[in-house]
Design a protein around this ligand. Structure first.
Ligand code: ZN
Length: 257
C-alpha cells in the first residue's frame, strides 16, 4: 500500500520528486525558517517606491510550478503580499486541473521587507511578480531554457516570439493569455486587482491573436502601451505583473467638525 502511494505520488508529481534531492535541503530549511505566519501582509506605498510588512514566501515549488533560481530564492527575493501569493497558488492550482503536465516558472518577486530590488525598478511592495514565458517546440512544451537561473532574464526573442538562437522554440502566447485570464480571476477572488501587465510591445499582437488572447482583449486588463527601449527589450523572456488593492485598505479619516 505504501509503495503504491509513493508510485502514485511519483506519477502525479514528477516535478516534485525531481527536487527531493539532498542538494535542495538548504531550500527546504529556508522554507521552514521563513514559514509564513498568519499576520496579514501590508503593502506600503507603490510598486516603485514602497515596503512590505509580513511578506509571505512563495513555495520553491508546487505540483506544476517552480521558482526559477536557487540563489535568488535564498537571497530572500521571493516574498509577496499574502494576497498575491494566494492568487498565484490558486491560479497554478487551477492550471493544474486543466493542464496537469504543464510546468510553470515564477521569477523574481520582492524582498522580505520590500524596498529596492536591484535591478528592478518596481517589485518594491510585494505586489509585483515576474513570470517566465512558457515555451513550445513542435507544439510540445519546451523546458530546455528553464534552468538558466538569473541568466534567463538575458534571453532574447524576436518580434514574433521566436528564440533568437533557435527559431523553432517559440513563446506559447495562447497559454500566456490563459495565465493572465486565470490570474486576473483569482486576483479578484483574493481581494486584489491585476493593474498592469508588462510585455514587450512587439509581442502584444501575437498575444492578442491567439484564442485566449481574443478573450483577454475583451477584458479590462491593462497591458502596457509603450515602454522605454531597455525595459521593452527585457520583457520578452518573461512578463511582469503589478497588482493593487482596488479599495482603500485603511478606514477613512474620522470626520472632524
Ligand atoms: Zn518585473
Amino acid at each position: 500500500m505504501r509503495a503504491f502511494f509513493w508510485l502514485l505520488l511519483f506519477i502525479s508529481f514528477p516535478s516534485f520528486c525531481q527536487y527531493e534531492s539532498p542538494e535542495n535541503a538548504e531550500i527546504f530549511e529556508y522554507m521552514q525558517l521563513k514559514a509564513n505566519d498568519d499576520t496579514a501582509s501590508v503593502s506600503v506605498g507603490t510598486v516603485s517606491q514602497g515596503r512590505l510588512k509580513h511578506g509571505k514566501l512563495i513555495p520553491f515549488f508546487g505540483p506544476n510550478f517552480q521558482y526559477f533560481d536557487r540563489d535568488s530564492y535564498l537571497a530572500g527575493r521571493a516574498f509577496l503580499n499574502g494576497a498575491l501569493k494566494n492568487t498565484l497558488l490558486d491560479s497554478y492550482d487551477s492550471l493544474f486541473q486543466v493542464f496537469p503536465a504543464r510546468l510553470f516558472r515564477i521569477m523574481e518577486c520582492s524582498n522580505e521587507e520590500g524596498g529596492e530590488l536591484f535591478p528592478h525598478r518596481t517589485h518594491q511592495n510585494g505586489m509585483s511578480v515576474d513570470l517566465m514565458m512558457p515555451l513550445i517546440q513542435n507544439n510540445e512544451p519546451y523546458y530546455g531554457l528553464d534552468d538558466l537561473g538569473a541568466e534567463h532574464y538575458g534571453l532574447s526573442f524576436d518580434d514574433q516570439g521566436r528564440y533568437d538562437k533557435d527559431e523553432r522554440i517559440t513563446i506559447d502566447f495562447n497559454l500566456v493569455a490563459l495565465e493572465l485570464l486565470i490570474i486576473d480571476y483569482f486576483a479578484k477572488r483574493n481581494g486584489i486587482r491585476l493593474s498592469k501587465v508588462i510585455i514587450k510591445i512587439e509581442l502584444k499582437d501575437e498575444l492578442f491573436a491567439t484564442p485566449f488572447g481574443q478573450v483577454l482583449k475583451g477584458q479590462k486588463i491593462y497591458v502596457v502601451q509603450g515602454l522605454s527601449p531597455i525595459i521593452n527589450e527585457l520583457h520578452d523572456d518573461h512578463f511582469h505583473l503589478d497588482f493593487e488593492f482596488p479599495y482603500p485598505t485603511k478606514a477613512p479619516e474620522k470626520h472632524v467638525k
